[in-house]
Write a protein that binds this ligand. Structure first.
Ligand code: URA
Length: 193
């Protein structure tokens, strides 16, 4: 990573941590900026930090995150090889869905993360992320696992891990989707070839 890119990451993270664009910054414990490989080919994007994430400052570390880790392991994807973040970087009270206005005020941080990482595959974790990043009328039951072309990268959505905690019958579909994500990752042409 060049010094210029590293400086842009530092600047972005500092801006995010001191953000006052919406009121969530006043009630957060920690900013949950994102974690993993800043040069990853594959990026996962959830909706917003929950309680455990807010306490740890790291995305997907609570019960849903632990279940998600099992799916990553099942398809032999290492958490440290991918980048994981959320649409919102601060926890909404009582884990309610992110409001459209909060998403609007926070989305520039995610856009800059995507510009810096330049992932070749993006996976939305859950419906809220898919509706924001793929299309507003995205239907998770009908369209999970389908790739959409966004030019610089391909994007798909899978069930949110918290839904899989509530509805274990959907875990089979999640495994199939994760297998197809791993296959897409393995099939990426070498850069420059
Ligand atoms: N749910 C999310 O969408 N993101 C997290 O980081 C944790 C739970």
């Amino acid at each position: 990573m060049t010094r210029d890119i590293a400086a842009r990451w530092d600047e972005l993270q500092r801006a995010c941590e001191s953000c006052t664009r919406c009121p969530l910054g006043q009630t957060k414990t920690n900013t949950v900026f994102g974690c993993g490989n800043r040069e990853a080919d594959l990026m996962f994007i959830g909706e917003a930090p929950g309680e455990q994430e807010d306490l740890a400052g790291v995305p997907f570390v609570g019960r849903a995150g632990q279940l998600f880790d099992k799916f990553l392991a099942a398809v032999d994807i290492k958490r440290e090889d991918v980048y994981i973040t959320n649409i919102l970087k601060c926890r909404p009270p009582r884990n309610r869905d992110p409001l459209p206005a909060e998403q609007e005020q926070c989305i520039d941080y995610l856009r800059e993360q995507v510009r810096l990482i330049k992932p070749r595959l993006v996976v939305c974790l859950g419906r809220i992320s898919a509706m924001r990043l793929i299309k507003p009328d995205f239907k998770i039951t009908a369209e999970h696992g389908i790739w959409f072309d966004k030019g610089l990268y391909k994007i798909c959505a899978v069930y949110h891990p918290s839904l899989l905690l509530r509805d274990p019958r959907k875990r089979e579909d999640m495994l199939l989707d994760m297998q197809s994500i791993k296959a897409a990752l393995d099939a990426l042409p070498e850069v420059g070839s």
